[in-house]
Design a protein. Structure first.
Length: 173
């Protein structure tokens, strides 16, 4: 169905392009990877250097994969995972609205849900997956996108996130 294929393409381009831009900014903007590492450390994600690199590579890789429609559900899982870590470790405590001090969670929640929905929707006809005959959508695509993303985020948070006590760190680099 043409409308569904176009919708999948638009969503993939929007989310994938946003993730590539975000990863690019972590690597080459502002404080670059060292600044991103310091910020991760300040919110309790340690070791900051390792996680800055992994988050940046995930954002760049998953974003590009979504843009191309390559391994769509797996790419969506990468986005879900990165966004859930951001949601829990930094944004949830600041309330819903992004314009609140510390930035609320509306932005990361929206990207998380859209990425999970892309897993269910599939990449559509205008994708590398379609060209290669890879079909993973519906409940299975949603399970990969949401399930693998949530599991990865939960493992990272359980193993590497130690929130700072009140008055410690938390400033953005």
């Amino acid at each position: 169905m043409l409308e569904v294929d176009l919708a999948a393409l638009l969503l993939r381009l929007a989310v994938g392009g946003t993730m590539v831009a975000h990863g690019w900014n972590h690597a080459f903007g502002g404080g670059r990877l060292p600044g991103t590492a310091r910020w991760f450390e300040s919110i309790g994600i340690r070791p900051g250097r390792v996680h800055a690199l992994l988050a940046t590579l995930t954002e760049l890789g998953a974003g590009l994969m979504l843009v191309l429609g390559a391994l769509n559900a797996l790419a969506a899982a990468g986005v879900v995972g990165v966004m859930l870590v951001a949601l829990v470790s930094n944004h949830l405590k600041n309330g819903f609205f992004i314009f609140r001090p510390g930035e609320g969670y509306e932005y990361v929640l929206m990207i998380t849900v859209v990425a999970a929905a892309l897993g269910a929707l599939g990449p559509g006809r205008y994708s590398l997956d379609h060209v290669l005959g890879l079909e993973l959508d519906g409940a299975a695509g949603l399970a990969v996108a949401a399930g693998a993303g949530a599991l990865g985020a939960a493992l990272l948070l359980a193993l590497c996130w130690r929130p700072n006590r009140a008055g410690e760190g938390g400033e953005k680099a």
